[in-house]
Design a protein around this ligand. Structure first.
Ligand code: HEC
Ligand code: HEC
Ligand code: HEC
Ligand code: HEC
Length: 190
């Protein structure tokens, strides 16, 4: 290996290791799910792995508060169109092979839980979606569909702390982050 290549590898590796050691604080966590009462008392012995009730999807309640970007498009078509032209919408495409399935990289290149939520060929949390910045929006989408969007409001003024959960020196490609200069670009066509 040439010295420069070697240096870049070491830097990338240590960044990956530190990223793995401390998974970046994810954007707003989903609200806690309502506890589900077990159908029968738990038998003695090792903890039961199988859920007693069917889960909404293979990944369970961790994603329950999310509606994903396709649902937001229904009412926010213009914002969705602008966002879909930004690199946030395709951020997962930057990762290849093991980087997509491991824990070192994926947390900052997807929305919600730091792993791929695959549905057939689709990854429903791919990229930095609306809910990475505005918080989980399933309740808002449902309230808006029912005619009362004000009963479940989203975060409108996304704070800098949300951005720097990903835009920080744990990113192997970090080049600095300038909130006030960049905030106006997040829904703008490049
Ligand atoms: C990278 C973070 C980020 C992503 C991703 C993002 N937004 Fe925003 N959004 C913002 C910021 C920042 C504002 C402006 C807040 C301000 O200055 O008042 C905003 C404002 C809004 C507003 C308020 C009205 C407006 O246009 O200013 C709506 C509605 C909205 N976003 C919807 C969405 C939807 C729908 C998506 C996905 C298709 C999305 N946002 C993706 C950060 C984001
Ligand atoms: C059924 C229609 C509908 C859907 C679906 C929907 N919204 Fe909204 N959204 C609205 C309406 C209506 C408002 C209120 C607009 C206003 O008062 O200015 C709103 C407002 C917002 C705002 C501004 C802050 C607030 O709550 O007033 C944001 C941000 C936002 N929506 C994001 C999203 C995101 C992200 C999604 C997808 C998870 C989404 N919306 C899905 C209809 C919808
Ligand atoms: C979940 C992690 C995450 C969050 C939260 C996030 N970003 Fe990003 N952002 C990324 C990643 C990853 C990229 C690189 C995408 C690529 O190059 O494919 C990126 C790229 C960008 C770009 C370049 C986009 C382009 O199309 O050239 C801007 C500008 C940006 N982010 C601003 C922001 C701002 C402002 C916020 C907060 C309001 C924010 N980001 C929140 C992960 C995030
Ligand atoms: C702490 C969050 C974070 C982690 C961890 C992370 N990235 Fe990123 N990635 C970003 C952000 C933010 C950007 C946009 C550039 C920046 O950092 O300002 C980005 C940009 C990129 C780009 C685009 C190149 C460029 O110069 O913009 C590639 C490729 C990439 N990341 C790959 C990876 C790989 C591979 C890993 C794991 C080894 C990884 N990322 C881990 C946040 C992260």
């Amino acid at each position: 290996m040439r010295p420069l290549t070697w240096l870049v590898s070491v830097v990338a590796l240590s960044a990956a290791v530190s990223a793995a050691a401390q998974v970046p604080a994810s954007p707003p966590a989903p609200p806690p799910a309502a506890p589900v009462a077990p159908a029968t008392p738990a038998p003695p012995g090792p903890p039961v792995q199988q859920p007693v009730t069917p889960q909404p999807d293979a990944v369970g309640d961790e994603t329950a508060g999310y509606a994903w970007a396709g649902a937001c498009k229904e009412c926010h078509a213009e914002v969705h169109a602008a966002w879909s032209h930004t690199k946030h919408s395709t951020a997962l495409n930057r990762l290849r092979g093991d980087d997509r399935t491991g824990t070192a990289c994926v947390g900052c290149h997807v929305t919600g839980p730091a792993r791929l939520l695959s549905e057939g060929a689709d990854v429903k949390n791919a990229g930095v979606q609306c809910e990475a910045c505005h918080g989980p929006g399933r309740a808002h989408a449902e309230a808006a569909r029912a005619g009362s969007p004000a009963s479940a409001v989203m975060v409108r003024k996304v704070p800098e702390s949300t951005c720097v959960a990903c835009h920080n020196e744990k990113s192997p490609h970090y080049r600095g982050f300038f909130y006030s200069a960049l905030i106006g670009l997040v829904h703008k066509t490049k």
